[in-house]
Unconditional design. Structure first.
Length: 83
């Protein structure tokens, strides 16, 4: 007897799965930003750390990750971004 897993091929299921992947990517990118800044000795306030953790925009996180390798303070990390 063959089982059919329609749920996993359903458009709604695929959307949920993709959203979950994006959330996981955003969380990992946020962790990478914070690890990089910590390793470099760049201090962030808890508010700034929460801002990084709460961000779900993969493009913005990519910019912040690139900046994390060069900035010397949080202001430079978020430079040009709205709060």
């Amino acid at each position: 007897m063959t089982t059919t897993n329609y749920f996993f091929r359903h458009e709604g299921a695929e959307k949920v799965r993709d959203e979950g992947r994006d959330e996981a990517r955003a969380e990992e990118r946020g962790r990478a930003i914070l690890r990089t800044l910590d390793w470099r000795g760049v201090g962030l306030s808890e508010t700034d750390r929460e801002r990084v953790r709460a961000c779900g925009d993969l493009d913005r996180l990519a910019v912040w990750l690139d900046r994390a390798y060069e900035v010397t303070d949080a202001a430079a990390l978020f430079d040009g971004d709205e709060a």
